[in-house]
Design a protein around this ligand. Sequence first.
Ligand code: IYR
Length: 223
Amino acid sequence: MADDSNFVPLQFVELPESEMFTRARLFYQQLQGRRTTRQFSTRSVPRELIELAVSSAGTAPSGAHLQPWTFVMISNSELKKKIRTAAENEERRFYAERIPEAWEEVLSPLGTDHVKEHITDAPWIVILFRHSQRRRRNGEMAPTYYSQESCGIAAGMFIAAIHDMGLVCLTHTPSPMGFLGEILERPEHESAMLLMPVGYPADDAMVPDLERKKLSEILIFKE
Ligand code: IYR
């Protein structure tokens, strides 16, 4: 058992149940309005807004509290162009040669292709790097734990924060994305996991007419 001196009292504020219901409904309603967007306006967005979303993401729980993530925020046009070119080169091969039939079956209704305008249109590109290892104070490398889960949770919190502040984002996964670590000069133990353009949607942005699964399809009760 850890030494008590490592612990502080939990700052828990209990809410009346009626307020819990009100908040829970509002939160759901707010998230229900989120849509992944592929067409971005070039309109600028203050850097501090995106920094706040990264701060929110950084509150995510993580395996052994190792916080195995680095977020790289890019607004530099030259760098965005370089990343877009590299992503499109990979994606061109993916769509033309590598895409398995079963994958094409579920992707074609979404109308995606190798052209990635969002990388240069969006004012900010946020790239989430997952740490597969950590560096000890003495410089030695040691494992991280549940880094996929931890980064997945952090990404979800980032996406929710972006939506909540009234902006949109796309969870883009150029495949493979090793080029991002090279271009952004990240250390070997960090691998790019998500590339997220963030900003305002284009005036004529369209999204697929999707339906979300009903609660009864995603939830099983054992009472
Ligand atoms: N990485 C490709 C393909 C792609 C894969 C999935 I799964 C998507 O939901 C959407 C696209 C691309 O970004 O186009």
